[in-house]
Design a protein around this ligand. Structure first.
Ligand SMILES: O=C(O)CCC(=O)C(=O)O
Length: 244
């Protein structure tokens, strides 16, 4: 089933309440305008599957918390990570860090999830996967776009979430960005308080959900998973991309 929903722009003070509170199996398509859009499937995987995958990923993935560079200064990445890629792809480097590329065969359940994503979003053929583990509310990813040249001008980026529900924000790119790739320099107090805050949307990413950013979304929008002051549990995110 496909449902078109239009999300209202968020004000800064709205940030505590998720916009998308519906609990159903449907697929929602959000038109962000100018060729940008998001597909959200809250129950992409069943509760059982999600619980089993979460345990597998937590126990078997060789998580690492790398030191990246922001404005030339070393910075401990505020989440753990691991990278998987098909053989022969161009190297992936972000914020001065080049993750080791593991193979899909080392983690067979990842290939099953990849198959399920390909079936859900016909026409996609992802060949790389960046995984993130957020060990609590202090772990986050700052404002950024996956707009590297290796993904082409209009990439599909598919994101599967497990574990603790976290907010995922999208906001229009400002005309100039003076930040590191992942905005790690930006403290929560500086976020979203400016009077000229651009258009912004929020998704509460549920355990077992799939969110896909399409078209011009990486060109025109930034996304983030901000810190949470309240104690929250562990969350694992798989972000599938196609390297050209
Ligand atoms: O954890 C998420 O949902 C987003 C991760 C992300 O934006 C990234 O890895 O580039």
């Amino acid at each position: 089933m496909s449902t078109k929903v239009t999300l209202k722009p968020l004000e800064a003070e709205d940030e505590e309440e998720p916009v998308m509170a519906e609990e159903d199996n449907s697929r929602k398509e959000v038109d962000l305008g100018n060729g940008s859009g998001v597909i959200y499937i809250p129950r992409f995987l069943s509760c059982h599957q999600s619980r089993d995958y979460l345990k597998y990923l937590n126990d078997h993935i060789p998580w690492t918390r790398p030191t990246i560079r922001v404005f030339g200064r070393p910075f401990l990445q505020p989440r753990e990570t691991c990278y998987v890629a098909s053989k022969g792809l161009r190297e992936y480097v972000y914020s001065g860090y080049q993750p080791r590329a593991y193979s899909w065969e080392e983690f067979p359940p990842l290939m099953d999830i990849l198959d399920a994503v390909h079936k859900a979003i016909p026409g996609t053929s992802f060949n790389s996967l960046l995984m993130n583990r957020y060990n609590g509310g202090n772990d986050y990813v700052g404002w950024h776009a996956d707009d590297e040249e290796i993904y082409g001008p209009t990439p599909d980026i598919a994101s599967v979430s497990f574990g603790c529900e976290r907010d995922f924000f999208l906001k229009k790119k400002p005309s100039k960005i003076f930040r590191g790739k992942y905005g790690e320099d930006e403290s929560p107090s500086k976020r979203s308080k400016k009077p000229d805050d651009p258009e912004k949307h929020r998704f509460a990413l549920k355990n077992g959900s799939l969110l896909v950013m399409r078209g011009n979304t990486q060109r025109d929008w930034l996304h983030s998973v901000p810190k949470r002051a309240k104690a929250v549990g562990m969350r694992i995110n798989l972000t599938f991309r196609h390297v050209l």
